[in-house]
Design a protein around this ligand. Sequence first.
Ligand SMILES: *Cc1c(COP(=O)(O)O)cnc(C)c1O
Length: 246
Amino acid sequence: MTIRENLARLRQRIETAAAKAGRHADEITLIGVSKTHPSEAIREAYEAGLRHFGENRVQEWEAKRPRLDDLHGAAWQLVGHLQSNKAGKAARLFHSVDSVDDWELAQRLHRACEGKAAGETLRVLVEVHLGGEETKTGVAEEGLQELAEKILALERLQFRGLMCIPPYQENAEQVRPYFARLRALRDRLESSLGWKLPTLSMGMSHDFEAAIAEGATEVRVGTALFGNRAPVKETEKGAKENTEAA
Ligand SMILES: *Cc1c(COP(=O)(O)O)cnc(C)c1O
Protein backbone atom coordinates (compact mmCIF):
# COMPACT_ATOMS: atom_id res chain seq x y z
CA MET A 1 0.00 0.00 0.00
CA THR A 2 1.23 3.48 -0.83
CA ILE A 3 0.89 6.44 1.51
CA ARG A 4 -1.76 7.84 -0.82
CA GLU A 5 -3.79 4.63 -0.57
CA ASN A 6 -3.36 4.48 3.19
CA LEU A 7 -4.54 8.07 3.45
CA ALA A 8 -7.62 7.40 1.34
CA ARG A 9 -8.45 4.38 3.46
CA LEU A 10 -7.97 6.32 6.69
CA ARG A 11 -10.23 9.12 5.48
CA GLN A 12 -12.89 6.53 4.75
CA ARG A 13 -12.55 4.96 8.20
CA ILE A 14 -12.77 8.40 9.81
CA GLU A 15 -15.88 9.13 7.77
CA THR A 16 -17.51 5.86 8.86
CA ALA A 17 -16.57 6.29 12.53
CA ALA A 18 -17.86 9.87 12.50
CA ALA A 19 -21.16 8.88 10.88
CA LYS A 20 -21.64 6.11 13.43
CA ALA A 21 -21.21 8.67 16.21
CA GLY A 22 -23.60 11.12 14.54
CA ARG A 23 -20.72 13.47 13.79
CA HIS A 24 -19.28 15.02 10.64
CA ALA A 25 -15.91 13.86 9.37
CA ASP A 26 -14.86 17.47 8.86
CA GLU A 27 -14.94 17.95 12.66
CA ILE A 28 -12.00 15.57 12.82
CA THR A 29 -8.47 16.48 11.80
CA LEU A 30 -6.11 13.70 10.82
CA ILE A 31 -2.58 14.29 12.11
CA GLY A 32 -0.02 12.17 10.25
CA VAL A 33 2.59 11.19 12.81
CA SER A 34 5.76 11.00 10.74
CA LYS A 35 8.39 10.31 13.40
CA THR A 36 11.25 8.04 12.22
CA HIS A 37 10.03 8.38 8.61
CA PRO A 38 12.06 10.43 6.12
CA SER A 39 11.02 13.83 4.77
CA GLU A 40 10.12 12.14 1.44
CA ALA A 41 7.30 10.28 3.19
CA ILE A 42 5.97 13.55 4.59
CA ARG A 43 6.12 15.13 1.14
CA GLU A 44 4.24 12.18 -0.33
CA ALA A 45 1.47 12.54 2.25
CA TYR A 46 1.34 16.29 1.63
CA GLU A 47 1.00 15.75 -2.10
CA ALA A 48 -1.84 13.34 -1.40
CA GLY A 49 -3.60 16.16 0.47
CA LEU A 50 -2.58 15.82 4.12
CA ARG A 51 -1.86 19.11 5.89
CA HIS A 52 -1.31 18.24 9.57
CA PHE A 53 1.80 16.45 10.73
CA GLY A 54 3.02 15.31 14.12
CA GLU A 55 6.57 14.64 15.26
CA ASN A 56 7.67 13.54 18.68
CA ARG A 57 11.27 14.72 18.88
CA VAL A 58 12.55 18.27 18.42
CA GLN A 59 15.95 17.22 17.09
CA GLU A 60 14.59 14.83 14.53
CA TRP A 61 12.21 17.48 13.24
CA GLU A 62 14.95 20.11 13.17
CA ALA A 63 16.85 17.89 10.74
CA LYS A 64 13.84 17.20 8.49
CA ARG A 65 12.12 20.57 8.38
CA PRO A 66 14.58 22.46 6.11
CA ARG A 67 13.80 19.94 3.37
CA LEU A 68 10.07 20.67 3.68
CA ASP A 69 10.01 24.46 3.85
CA ASP A 70 8.20 24.68 0.51
CA LEU A 71 5.13 22.80 1.76
CA HIS A 72 2.84 25.79 2.22
CA GLY A 73 -0.12 25.56 4.53
CA ALA A 74 1.24 22.55 6.40
CA ALA A 75 0.86 22.54 10.19
CA TRP A 76 3.71 21.04 12.17
CA GLN A 77 2.74 19.77 15.57
CA LEU A 78 4.88 18.42 18.38
CA VAL A 79 2.99 15.47 19.86
CA GLY A 80 5.76 13.92 21.97
CA HIS A 81 7.04 14.87 25.39
CA LEU A 82 9.02 18.13 25.47
CA GLN A 83 11.82 18.87 27.90
CA SER A 84 11.70 22.49 29.03
CA ASN A 85 15.29 23.15 27.90
CA LYS A 86 14.14 22.55 24.30
CA ALA A 87 11.13 24.88 24.56
CA GLY A 88 12.77 27.71 22.61
CA LYS A 89 13.58 25.50 19.70
CA ALA A 90 10.17 23.85 19.75
CA ALA A 91 8.39 27.22 19.66
CA ARG A 92 10.34 28.16 16.52
CA LEU A 93 9.97 24.82 14.73
CA PHE A 94 6.34 23.95 15.42
CA HIS A 95 2.94 25.62 15.02
CA SER A 96 1.58 23.72 17.97
CA VAL A 97 2.90 21.96 21.06
CA ASP A 98 0.30 19.32 21.93
CA SER A 99 2.05 17.90 24.97
CA VAL A 100 2.35 20.72 27.52
CA ASP A 101 2.23 19.14 30.97
CA ASP A 102 4.21 21.44 33.19
CA TRP A 103 4.22 25.09 34.27
CA GLU A 104 7.94 25.62 33.79
CA LEU A 105 7.60 24.35 30.22
CA ALA A 106 4.58 26.59 29.52
CA GLN A 107 6.46 29.66 30.76
CA ARG A 108 9.48 28.85 28.62
CA LEU A 109 7.29 28.41 25.54
CA HIS A 110 5.63 31.73 26.29
CA ARG A 111 8.98 33.49 26.62
CA ALA A 112 10.15 31.91 23.38
CA CYS A 113 7.17 33.49 21.59
CA GLU A 114 8.29 37.02 22.47
CA GLY A 115 10.11 37.28 19.15
CA LYS A 116 7.03 36.38 17.14
CA ALA A 117 5.18 39.01 15.13
CA ALA A 118 2.37 40.96 16.80
CA GLY A 119 -0.68 38.83 17.30
CA GLU A 120 1.14 35.63 16.38
CA THR A 121 0.64 32.90 18.93
CA LEU A 122 1.71 29.34 19.53
CA ARG A 123 -1.10 26.84 19.87
CA VAL A 124 -0.84 24.56 22.87
CA LEU A 125 -2.74 21.57 24.19
CA VAL A 126 -2.34 20.26 27.71
CA GLU A 127 -1.49 16.58 27.94
CA VAL A 128 -3.29 14.77 30.74
CA HIS A 129 -2.02 11.61 32.38
CA LEU A 130 -5.02 9.33 32.80
CA GLY A 131 -3.37 6.57 34.78
CA GLY A 132 -1.69 3.40 33.66
CA GLU A 133 1.93 2.40 33.90
CA GLU A 134 3.08 2.65 30.30
CA THR A 135 2.81 6.40 29.89
CA LYS A 136 4.60 8.66 32.30
CA THR A 137 3.97 11.99 30.64
CA GLY A 138 1.07 14.37 31.13
CA VAL A 139 -0.18 16.41 34.05
CA ALA A 140 -2.02 14.44 36.74
CA GLU A 141 -5.78 15.03 36.82
CA GLU A 142 -5.44 16.75 40.21
CA GLY A 143 -3.04 19.30 38.76
CA LEU A 144 -4.98 20.04 35.58
CA GLN A 145 -7.20 22.88 36.81
CA GLU A 146 -4.32 24.90 38.25
CA LEU A 147 -2.05 24.39 35.24
CA ALA A 148 -4.87 25.30 32.86
CA GLU A 149 -5.65 28.53 34.74
CA LYS A 150 -2.02 29.61 34.61
CA ILE A 151 -1.59 28.77 30.92
CA LEU A 152 -4.73 30.68 30.06
CA ALA A 153 -3.08 33.80 31.47
CA LEU A 154 -0.12 33.53 29.07
CA GLU A 155 -1.34 35.68 26.20
CA ARG A 156 1.08 34.44 23.55
CA LEU A 157 -0.03 30.84 24.03
CA GLN A 158 -3.28 29.90 22.40
CA PHE A 159 -4.68 27.25 24.74
CA ARG A 160 -7.10 25.14 22.69
CA GLY A 161 -7.70 21.84 24.43
CA LEU A 162 -6.47 18.55 25.85
CA MET A 163 -4.46 15.57 24.68
CA CYS A 164 -3.94 12.10 26.11
CA ILE A 165 -2.04 8.89 25.44
CA PRO A 166 -4.00 6.19 27.26
CA PRO A 167 -2.44 2.86 28.20
CA TYR A 168 -2.26 0.41 25.31
CA GLN A 169 -5.13 -2.10 25.15
CA GLU A 170 -5.30 -4.95 22.69
CA ASN A 171 -9.01 -4.35 22.35
CA ALA A 172 -9.53 -0.71 21.41
CA GLU A 173 -13.01 -0.72 22.97
CA GLN A 174 -11.33 -0.99 26.36
CA VAL A 175 -9.62 2.35 25.77
CA ARG A 176 -12.94 4.14 25.45
CA PRO A 177 -13.34 4.96 29.15
CA TYR A 178 -10.06 6.90 28.97
CA PHE A 179 -11.26 8.89 25.98
CA ALA A 180 -14.59 9.55 27.71
CA ARG A 181 -12.67 10.70 30.78
CA LEU A 182 -10.62 13.21 28.79
CA ARG A 183 -13.79 14.63 27.27
CA ALA A 184 -15.40 14.94 30.71
CA LEU A 185 -12.31 16.72 32.05
CA ARG A 186 -12.44 19.08 29.08
CA ASP A 187 -16.13 19.83 29.65
CA ARG A 188 -15.53 20.55 33.32
CA LEU A 189 -12.55 22.75 32.55
CA GLU A 190 -14.49 24.75 29.97
CA SER A 191 -17.11 25.67 32.51
CA SER A 192 -14.71 26.39 35.35
CA LEU A 193 -12.47 28.56 33.15
CA GLY A 194 -15.25 30.10 31.08
CA TRP A 195 -13.06 29.43 28.05
CA LYS A 196 -13.75 27.27 25.01
CA LEU A 197 -11.47 24.25 24.60
CA PRO A 198 -12.62 22.80 21.27
CA THR A 199 -9.72 20.41 20.70
CA LEU A 200 -9.52 16.84 21.96
CA SER A 201 -6.41 15.11 20.60
CA MET A 202 -6.87 11.41 21.22
CA GLY A 203 -6.68 8.14 19.31
CA MET A 204 -3.83 6.51 17.38
CA SER A 205 -3.61 3.87 14.64
CA HIS A 206 -5.20 1.07 16.62
CA ASP A 207 -7.88 3.00 18.52
CA PHE A 208 -8.79 6.20 16.65
CA GLU A 209 -12.29 4.98 15.83
CA ALA A 210 -13.06 4.53 19.53
CA ALA A 211 -11.64 8.01 20.14
CA ILE A 212 -13.91 9.48 17.46
CA ALA A 213 -16.88 7.81 19.13
CA GLU A 214 -15.91 9.67 22.32
CA GLY A 215 -15.48 13.06 20.69
CA ALA A 216 -11.91 13.27 19.37
CA THR A 217 -11.33 16.29 17.12
CA GLU A 218 -7.75 15.33 16.26
CA VAL A 219 -6.51 11.78 15.75
CA ARG A 220 -2.78 11.08 15.62
CA VAL A 221 -2.04 8.30 13.18
CA GLY A 222 1.45 7.03 12.40
CA THR A 223 1.70 3.34 11.49
CA ALA A 224 -1.60 3.10 9.58
CA LEU A 225 -0.46 5.94 7.32
CA PHE A 226 3.32 5.68 6.98
CA GLY A 227 3.82 1.98 7.76
CA ASN A 228 5.84 0.34 10.49
CA ARG A 229 8.62 2.23 12.19
CA ALA A 230 12.17 0.87 12.29
CA PRO A 231 13.14 -0.58 15.67
CA VAL A 232 14.36 2.07 18.10
CA LYS A 233 18.02 2.32 19.04
CA GLU A 234 18.75 1.69 22.73
CA THR A 235 19.87 5.28 23.32
CA GLU A 236 16.60 6.68 22.03
CA LYS A 237 14.44 4.22 23.82
CA GLY A 238 13.82 6.08 27.07
CA ALA A 239 12.53 9.18 25.31
CA LYS A 240 10.37 7.16 22.99
CA GLU A 241 8.75 4.92 25.50
CA ASN A 242 7.36 7.97 27.19
CA THR A 243 5.35 8.93 24.19
CA GLU A 244 4.39 5.62 22.73
CA ALA A 245 1.63 3.45 24.01
CA ALA A 246 2.01 0.79 21.36
C1 LIG B 1 3.87 7.68 17.62
C2 LIG B 1 2.76 8.46 18.17
C3 LIG B 1 1.47 8.37 17.62
C4 LIG B 1 1.11 7.46 16.46
O1 LIG B 1 1.20 6.13 16.82
P1 LIG B 1 0.69 4.96 15.82
O2 LIG B 1 0.33 3.88 16.76
O3 LIG B 1 1.85 4.62 14.95
O4 LIG B 1 -0.45 5.50 15.07
C5 LIG B 1 0.48 9.16 18.18
N1 LIG B 1 0.73 9.98 19.22
C6 LIG B 1 1.95 10.11 19.77
C7 LIG B 1 2.15 11.03 20.91
C8 LIG B 1 3.01 9.34 19.27
O5 LIG B 1 4.22 9.46 19.83
